[in-house]
Design a protein around this ligand. Sequence first.
Ligand code: SAH
Length: 249
Amino acid sequence: MHPERIRIVLVNTSHPGNIGGTARAMKNMGLSRLYLVQPKRFPHEEADWRAASAQDLLETAVVTDSLEAAVGDCQFVVGTSARERRIPWPLLDARQCAQRIAALPPSEEVAILFGREDRGLTNDELKICNLHLNIPTSDTYSSLNLAMAVQIVAYELRMVSTAPDTPVQEDAQWDSPFATRDNMERFYQHLEETLVDLEFLDPAAPRQLMTRLRRLYSRVRLDEMELNILRGILTEAQKWVARARKTPD
Ligand code: SAH
C-alpha cells in the first residue's frame, strides 16, 4: 500500500468545516493528498480551525474547477455513496475497498471521491468510477457527515497498510500500465460515436447502453495496450461505415 498514491477528492463541498475535518482525518491516518473540486468556500477560517494540526494539508490542497482535472491521470477511481443506484455498480464496504486498493500495482494513482453534503455524487460522477464504496449504516439513517465518512475510509486504508499480511498484488507483474481516466473518457467517446455510426446506438433513445458499457470496462480494467487495440478496431469500423455510405449498394 502506498498512501502517497492515494488522493482524497471532495466534490463541490459546501461547508469549509468539512474540508478542515477531512484534512485532519487524513493526516491522522497518514494520507496527505487532498483535492478540492469547486469548493463553495475555500480557503476559510472555519476550515483552518477544524483542521487543527493538519493545516499543512489545506495549504497543499489542489483546487480544480472540474472533476476531470482532479482525476484524469488516475488509473483507479472509487466513488463513495450513501445510496444504492439504479444500475448497480461493483460495490464494496470500506474494509473490502481498502484491501482492493492495497492489491493494486504500487505505481497506480488512486482517487477516492466524496460528494456534496446535500446530494452526494451525481450519477455521471459515479459512472466514471471503477467501483463504489458504501459504509454500512443503520437502515434508518444512512448518510454520514462528510468528514466522518472520510475518517472511516482513511482508517480502513491505514489498517490494511499496517497489517502484517498485505493482500497479494494481483496485477503487479502486468506488462502495460492500466489506462488513465482521461484515456478511458476518450475511448468512451470514440465508442459512442462508432455505435452511433453503426446505428446500434440511437442518440434520440440512448437508454442505459453507454452506462452499461462503462460498467463493463470499469470491471475488467483496460491496460493502455488493450485500449489502443480497441480504438484501432473502432477506427476501422468507422472507415467501413463511411465507405458503405458512399457506395449506395
Ligand atoms: N444525501 C447524500 C448524502 C451525502 S453525504 C446522498 O444520498 O448521497 C456526503 C458524502 O459523504 C457522500 O457523498 C459520500 O461521499 C459520503 N458518505 C456519507 N455517508 C456515506 C456512506 N454511508 N457510505 C459511503 N459514503 C458516505
